[in-house]
Design a protein around this ligand. Structure first.
Ligand code: NAD
Length: 419
C-alpha cells in the first residue's frame, strides 16, 4: 500500500523535497501531500526588493499548482497548528487532521525578538510577502507625511534594527530607490534619514572583513547613518531606545535582527536547541522520531566546523532535495545517506546594482559582478523549480509588466495583502 508522505511547508526546502518525490516515485509507493498556509511559494530572498519598491509582490510568488503535478501531489492550503506525534497526524486550523506515515517539516522561521521590550508590538518585520508589503506601504506613507510635516523627525526617519544580510539588503535597496520614491511623493531625498542599528561591532558580523568594509562604505556614501556596537534595548510607539540610552524616534521601525524556528516545533514536543531549531541526526530525522524529517530554518544543521549553520535558502533547498532522496530510500527499505551540505558561495545585494559574494574557497567579490551573481542565483532557482517556460514568464513579466497567470485563490490572497 502506498505510504502517506506529507510535506508541511512550501518554502525552499518543502518545494525541493516535494518536486524530488514527484519526479522519482511511483503512485503505488507513496501519496504526496503538500500543506502550506498560503496558496503560493515565495522568493524570500527578494522580500527586501518588495519592501523597497524595486518589485511588485506578484513578481516573487508562484502558485503552488504551477510547481507540482496535481495528479501526483495533493495541495492543502491551511495553517498548521501542530504535529500530533503520537497519532502521526498534522493538525491544521481549518480542515481535518492529516495523517502521515512520513512527515517532512519545513515550516520556516519567525522573527527572533530576544525578549526585547516592545519590539514585537511596534516594529515591522520582513519575513513574508505580506509583511514586506506592510513595510513598503509604511515607507511610502512616511514619505507623504514627511512632505506634509517637514520638521517632524518621526516621519522623516526610517529605522532598521539589525544589520545582518536582511538589514543590509533592505537598507541598500531603499537608499538606492529613495530619490525615485521621493520624486514620486514630492519631497527632497535630503529630508529623509535612513538609520541602521547593529549590536555587534560591524555590519554583517561574521562576514569577510573586506566585504564588510566595502558594504559599510557604500551604505555610508548613500547617506545611511549606521550605529554599531550598541544594541536596541527597548521599543515603544515611535521610539527605539539603544543600550547606551540613545533615543531614536520614528514612526517607521523595521526589525531585521534575526530569526528563530517556527514555534510549531517546540509546541509539538520536538527536541529543540538554540532558537527553537529541532535537533536532527545525520539523515535529517528528528531526534527520537525517525518518521519525521526536519529541513530548512526549522532544523539545527551542524556544519563541517562543528557549528550550527546559518539558516539560508541555499541550505534549505539542499536539505529538501536530500530528504526527498532519503524518503525514497526509506520507502524502498534501503540504507539512508548522511546529509553533506555544499554551500558554494554566500551572495547578497548591497543596493540595486552592487553585491557581495564569498566563495567557499575564500574568493570574494564586491560590486556589480557579485550583484549579477545574486540575480543569476534567482534566475537559476526559477529555472529549477518551474522550468524554462516559467523562467521566460518571469523574465517577460519583469520587463514588460505582463500579469502573472495567478489562480483565483492566489489573486485573492495577494489582493488581500495589497489592500
Ligand atoms: P541575522 O541573524 O543574520 O542578522 C541579524 C543582525 O541583527 C545581527 O547582525 C545581530 O547582531 C543584529 N542584532 C540582534 N539583536 C540586536 C539588537 N538588539 N540590536 C541591534 N542589532 C541586533 O538575521 P537576518 O539578517 O534576518 O538573516 C537570517 C538568516 O537568513 C541568516 O542566516 C542569513 O544569512 C540569511 N539571509 C541570507 C541572505 C542571502 O543569502 N542573500 C539574505 C538575507 C538573509
Amino acid at each position: 500500500m502506498a505510504k502517506r508522505v506529507v510535506i508541511a511547508g512550501a518554502g525552499y526546502g518543502g518545494v525541493a523535497c516535494a518536486q524530488h518525490l514527484q519526479k522519482h516515485t511511483r503512485p503505488d509507493e507513496c501519496e504526496i501531500t503538500v500543506v502550506n498556509k498560503l496558496p503560493y511559494h515565495s522568493m524570500q530572498t527578494q522580500l527586501h526588493e518588495i519592501a523597497a519598491w524595486s518589485r511588485e509582490p506578484d513578481e516573487i510568488v508562484v502558485p503552488l499548482e504551477y510547481l507540482f503535478d496535481t495528479r501526483r501531489v495533493q495541495i492543502g492550503v491551511d495553517e498548521i497548528d501542530h504535529v500530533d506525534l503520537e497519532n502521526r497526524q498534522l493538525v491544521v486550523r481549518e480542515g481535518k487532521p492529516i495523517a502521515y506515515d512520513v512527515l517532512i517539516l519545513g515550516v520556516g522561521s519567525v522573527p527572533e525578538y530576544f525578549n526585547i521590550e516592545g519590539l514585537a508590538e511596534y516594529a515591522m518585520t520582513l519575513n513574508s510577502v505580506q509583511n514586506a508589503v506592510k513595510v513598503r506601504k509604511a515607507i511610502y506613507h512616511a514619505l507623504e507625511m514627511a512632505r506634509e510635516n517637514p520638521d517632524d523627525p518621526l516621519w522623516s526617519t526610517i529605522l532598521i534594527g539589525g544589520a545582518g544580510l536582511t538589514g543590509v539588503e533592505l537598507a541598500g535597496e531603499l537608499a538606492d530607490n529613495l530619490p525615485d520614491l521621493c520624486e514620486r511623493v514630492g519631497i527632497s531625498p535630503s529630508k529623509i534619514r535612513i538609520v541602521v542599528v547593529e549590536a555587534m561591532q560591524t555590519v554583517l558580523p561574521g562576514m569577510d572583513p573586506d566585504l564588510v568594509s566595502h558594504a559599510k562604505q557604500y551604505l555610508e556614501e548613500k547617506g545611511i547613518q549606521i550605529y554599531t556596537g550598541v544594541p536596541i534595548a527597548r521599543a515603544s510607539t515611535d521610539l527605539l531606545e539603544l543600550g547606551d540610552g540613545t533615543q531614536l524616534r520614528s514612526k517607521t521601525i523595521i526589525w531585521t535582527g534575526g530569526v528563530r524556528s517556527n514555534p510549531i516545533l517546540e509546541a509539538s514536543g520536538f527536541e529543540c536547541a538554540a532558537r527553537g531549531r529541532a535537533k536532527v541526526n545525520e539523515f535529517l530525522q528528528a531526534e527520537g522520531h525517525e518518521e519525521v524529517f526536519v529541513i530548512g530554518d526549522c532544523a539545527l544543521t551542524i556544519g563541517e566546523n562543528g557549528r550550527p549553520m546559518p539558516p539560508t535558502a541555499q541550505l534549505a533547498e539542499q536539505e529538501g532535495d536530500w530528504v526527498g532522496a532519503n524518503v525514497i530510500r526509506l520507502l524502498r527499505h534501503e540504507a539512508l545517506q548522511s546529509f553533506h551540505p555544499d554551500i558554494v558561495a554566500t551572495v547578497g545585494s548591497v543596493g540595486r546594482h552592487l553585491g557581495i559574494a564569498l566563495f567557499k574557497g575564500g574568493r570574494k567579490h564586491f560590486g556589480g559582478f557579485a550583484h549579477f551573481l545574486k540575480s543569476g542565483v534567482n534566475w537559476q532557482y526559477w529555472l529549477r523549480i518551474g522550468g524554462l517556460g516559467f523562467l521566460f514568464h518571469q523574465w517577460f513579466h519583469r520587463h514588460w509588466q505582463q500579469p502573472l497567470p495567478l489562480e483565483s485563490t492566489e489573486t485573492e490572497a495577494l489582493q488581500e495583502v495589497q489592500a
